[in-house]
Design a protein around this ligand. Structure first.
Ligand code: FES
Length: 268
């Protein structure tokens, strides 16, 4: 799938500015944006078809407006989806491509429906909207598959049990300034970072797609950047300050006892 890789590369370049990536990923919201936005066009088009089926000519104007509202709402929805897709790889990227192409077909039919309705061909518009909604529903089910089966957009630390006991993970001399160190506590990978003399511990598995934060680098003031898609997390509280991650990184309590570093999951 060379074209999928090329298209993903183009989208990545178009969305590489931090402000754009953050906006489209939902980093500012603390929640992935694309799944939320999909409710708007799908809801508008579903309501348009509901009016078509139940309100007759009396609902024609409102139905046309709803088709139009869906077409406007699809712009940010598609932007957020494209941004998410550009960070995917392998089979999820291929499924995402089919999901996107299905949505393009659905949008094209809704646009044609709006034009037909505007020109007074209501019957044609109703038929085009119905077919478009069916195709959009099929494409949406692929989006659900990507999240629920492939885990795209799901926090990769969501199912980790907290480690509540203090766990000895390293000697203080093992951790040098601004050089992330991977350790394990209760089977959970943790990254230790000493920065400006303070010691921080975060889960080492990036919430975005599971990248190894311990292979990342220290950036800005007191933040660590994931090596896979460049999300940036604050060391002090794990907050995602740059996307594509929209969920913060779990942090760990740290204590030093007799030259040994102990960690445990911080209480949320
Ligand atoms: S895995 Fe994507 S930013 Fe970390």
């Amino acid at each position: 799938m060379v074209c999928a890789a090329k298209a993903a590369g183009l989208v990545r370049r178009a969305t590489q500015r931090a402000a754009v990536k953050d906006a489209l990923s939902g980093t500012w919201l603390g929640h992935a944006l694309h799944p939320m936005l999909t409710d708007l066009p799908i809801g508008a088009w579903a309501m348009a078809s509901a009016l078509d089926l139940t309100a007759g000519h009396g609902g024609a104007k409102a139905a046309r407006r709803l088709v139009g509202i869906g077409l406007v709402a699809v712009v940010p929805t598609a932007g957020a989806g494209l941004s998410d897709w550009s960070d995917s790889h392998g089979p999820p990227r291929r499924v995402g491509l089919v999901h996107g192409l299905g949505n393009v077909a659905g949008v094209a039919l809704q646009a044609a429906s709006w034009v037909a309705r505007y020109r007074g061909h209501r019957g044609v518009g109703v038929a085009l909207s119905g077919v478009g909604l069916g195709i959009t529903a099929g494409a949406a089910s692929l989006g659900g598959h990507l999240s629920l089966v492939r885990g795209i957009g799901v926090s990769h630390t969501a199912f980790r049990e907290p480690v509540t006991d203090w766990t000895d993970v390293a000697s203080t001399s093992d951790v040098t300034e601004d050089r992330p160190l991977r350790v394990t506590a209760g089977g959970v990978p943790v990254v230790l970072v000493r920065h400006n003399g303070a010691l921080y511990a975060l889960s080492a598995t990036c919430t975005h797609a599971g990248g190894p934060l311990d292979e990342g680098k220290l950036v800005e003031d007191g933040c660590i950047q994931c090596p896979w898609h460049a999300s940036v997390f604050r060391l002090a509280d794990g907050e995602a300050v740059r996307g594509p991650a929209s969920v913060g990184q779990p942090i760990w309590d740290v204590k030093i006892d007799n030259g040994r570093i102990h960690v445990r999951s911080a209480t949320p």
